[in-house]
Design a protein around this ligand. Sequence first.
Ligand code: GDP
Ligand code: MN
Length: 336
Amino acid sequence: MIKQMGEKPWRVDRKPRLLNAAIVALVRNENLRGMRSTLRQVEDRFNRNYGYKYVLLNDVPFTDEFKQGVQAMVNTKVEFGLLQNGTWGLSPYISEDKVHQKLRENQHRYIYGDNLKYRFMCRFQSGFIHKHPLLKDIDYYWRIEPDVEYYCDMPYDPFRLFKDHKFKYGYTIAPPEKPETVETLWETTKEWIRRNKHLLPKKSFASFILDNNNNYNMCHFWSNFEIVDLSLYRSEAYQSYFDFLDRAGGFFYERWGDAPVHSIAAALLLTKSQIHWFEDVGYHHVGYQHCPQPRDLHLYCNCNPRDSFTATSPCQQRYNELDDITKKELLARLGI
Ligand code: GDP
Ligand code: MN
């Protein structure tokens, strides 16, 4: 095919070979407008050239209006799924009375302080999404949310990139977490490490999450956009880690988010070479945005490169500057 002036280099006229992957969101019927907006952007920026399937999940059945409304925005199949029993709700190991007491205590301490459903959401995204029947045979997912912005054309298949480079986790924005929401997450994580040293790899990017006192520095990958090789979440180590956290109760007594949980696991279980920063994914979700700055990356983006959180983010700086540490060094730094 002869390329015309101004024609984008990736406008291929043959059907690309797809991997076993899906674009996935947990979403409510009430988010129809926001979901249509996100889907349209993902479709226009990327997926209309590929045709990966979409999987939308909900804790209650999707309405016909929702199904028709989202299907109309995209060219490929949308699969709609209901969450399975036991994957949406309280952890079976914890005290319901204590949960309600803690919700009252935390009501004014941070956003979603007393929101029980928000905690169901974080627990589901941390421990169960990769096990849903519609995803259980899928190798990679790209997680999306309603009401976000994708500013840039994506001229390649990110799942193929993952396969070719053996990437396991990909993100675009790395902010710090609110410490009040994860008060005992690090203590609990250390206890899991103490009991499960055999599950840690010989080296990892744990340096990313440790401060000078070897406590958790609150850095995490913002999981409202994440591309993941799901073998990470299905690994014995991750499953063991999630189960330990679930038993400790912090998804409810505190407000542990799926973002710090995924991120701490990725940092402990992966090397830096397996964690990919999508510098080229211009992205906005309420709170932060990333707009690519190098001109070649910015050319097909609809955002202001001066308006980018990532440029000054201390967590991103850590990603840029630090290297892996050995398991031996990690255990020594943690006093284990
Ligand atoms: P935030 O980004 O942390 O403020 O949380 P969101 O409200 O954006 O929720 C994260 C994701 O979970 C979004 O994709 C929401 O659509 C979805 N979500 C949150 N709560 C619920 C819920 O109660 N039911 C369903 N089905 N989806 C939810
Ligand atoms: Mn959100």
